[in-house]
Design a protein around this ligand. Sequence first.
Ligand code: CA
Length: 221
Amino acid sequence: MRLLLVEDDERLATPLARALRGAGYAVDWVTDGVEAEHLGWEEPFDVIVLDLGLPSRSGLEVLRNWRAVGLRTPVIVLTARGAWYERVAGFKAGADDYVPKPFHDEELLARIGAVLRRACGGGAGALRVGGLVLDEEHQEAVLPDGGRVVLTGTEFRLLRYFMLHPDRPLSKSRLAEHVYAGDDARDSNVIEVYVNRLRRKLGRERIVTRRGQGYLFPSDP
Ligand code: CA
């Protein structure tokens, strides 16, 4: 999943970006409001983490502008602890959730996971599709027979994207856009390699090839 982190405090953002990448998100990090507004509109992010106090344009204004032009990407705002008026203003501007500073990475990760599942129409709890369960904490897949499959970083990101979008044809270029960050070299042919690795680990029937369309992850394989 592609994640845009907008935070001008480097002491907070540097370790946070590392933790988010460790949790399997392809992270783009920007520090400036105007740049954030442009990038959030330009690139297909799955979720945005937005600080409110930013140079050149406030986070609230950025969020209002995104919503005004129809951007529906889920946004979690970072607010000052105790500043209830910031939370109210954030929700009014179109935020999906908030996390007060300072926070534990685990809380933000749990909220990101919940917001993503809601945005994709899923329920609470572990991601579960077609008898397969994704253990996001350990980055493993749990098979219907209880067997556990260890995934590499890219395999995990790809499988999570598939499981959040079951029964829909997904093109190689769309998959590549959501699995890699903006700075990464993005080659959609590599997706084929990772799809085949997932098939070897999880079973061929898990990922169906749709000629001319890409791949589909069936909810009833
Ligand atoms: Ca700030």
